[in-house]
Design a protein around this ligand. Structure first.
Ligand code: ARG
Length: 280
């Protein structure tokens, strides 16, 4: 995670960002601190990246890279405003001892568009990450990649439209996807929790699940009720200020799936801490 010490909405690269609307950097930082506290209380180990002045979107660390078994595919951003983040995040991975780090050759916005479910990577495209980046992602991260085309500009990264709840379970907002991608999702996850528009505009899909606890925005109250009915434990966090930049809880985090046996193995490791209600 990267603290939003220089939080601002100075440019607009998604429909949520309105530079004429005032932002409150103090509020953004305290909401982020609370999110960080909640994640640590749930047992996650949180490493921090030093923020850089002039790169306000660094708080959305999900976009930094995609990390699978210690292999780091560093993002290549679509917009020039975020392009300098690649070098900063790459330097961080090098400095903390990841030894398999590669910069993506094509536009690829990291875990914002790449969600690992079990053994497959669901890859969002349509707004940010290019489909042409998918062969590299599959090859370097050694996982099958399934393309999902996003069609609603409000849900421009995959993690604003779909949440991985466990190794074989997801929730998603169907209207964010092309008909073909919807069919793919129905085929892969017939039991998925389907979110409605209200859930999605509240950034309910930008949630973090360990297979049992689901950290989601306070604003997604209806979704919290439905998660509870399915046996999950919703944990609400207020991220109103961060949402002005078009982000929620999930995009403030990047899952560091270190290689098994790594010295600094993260105990939360991306896997559920408790068996999920839908696990076999
Ligand atoms: N302002 C950022 C952008 O448009 C927000 C990124 C949110 N990240 C995410 N993974 N959904 O790039």
């Amino acid at each position: 995670m990267c603290p939003p010490e220089y939080f601002a909405v100075d440019y607009a690269i998604n429909p949520w960002m309105d530079p004429s609307r005032p932002t409150d950097a103090t509020a953004a930082l305290s909401q982020w601190q609370e999110l960080c506290r909640v994640l640590r209380a749930l047992g996650h180990v949180v490493d921090l990246v030093e923020p850089v002045p002039g790169l306000p979107d660094m708080v959305f660390a999900a976009n930094a890279a995609t990390v699978v078994e210690g292999r780091v595919l560093v993002a290549a951003f679509r917009h020039r405003q975020r392009a300098p983040e690649s070098a900063v995040f790459q330097a961080w991975f090098d400095a903390v001892g990841f030894d398999q780090v590669r910069r993506a050759a094509r536009i690829n916005e990291g875990e914002g568009d790449h969600l690992l479910v079990g053994d497959i990577i669901l890859a969002g495209s349509g707004f940010r990450t290019e489909t042409e980046s998918q062969p590299e992602t599959a090859d370097y991260l050694r996982r099958q990649v399934v393309n999902l085309t996003l069609i609603d500009p409000r849900f421009y990264h995959l993690d604003t439209a779909l949440t991985v709840l466990g190794p074989d379970q997801v929730m998603y907002y169907p209207d964010a996807f092309s008909p073909r991608s919807r069919a793919t999702l129905e085929h892969l996850f017939p039991q998925a929790l389907l979110a409605d528009e209200q859930d999605a505009v509240a950034f309910g899909m930008n949630a973090i699940s360990d297979g049992y606890h689901v950290v989601l925005p306070t604003a997604a109250a209806g979704l919290a009720v439905r998660l509870k009915e399915r046996g999950y434990e919703p944990v609400s966090v207020n991220v109103d200020e961060l949402m002005k930049a078009g982000g929620g809880p999930k995009c403030c985090t990047l899952n560091l799936r270190r290689a098994a046996g790594s010295k600094t193995l993260n105990p939360s490791g991306g896997e559920p801490t408790r068996p999920g209600p839908d696990s076999p």
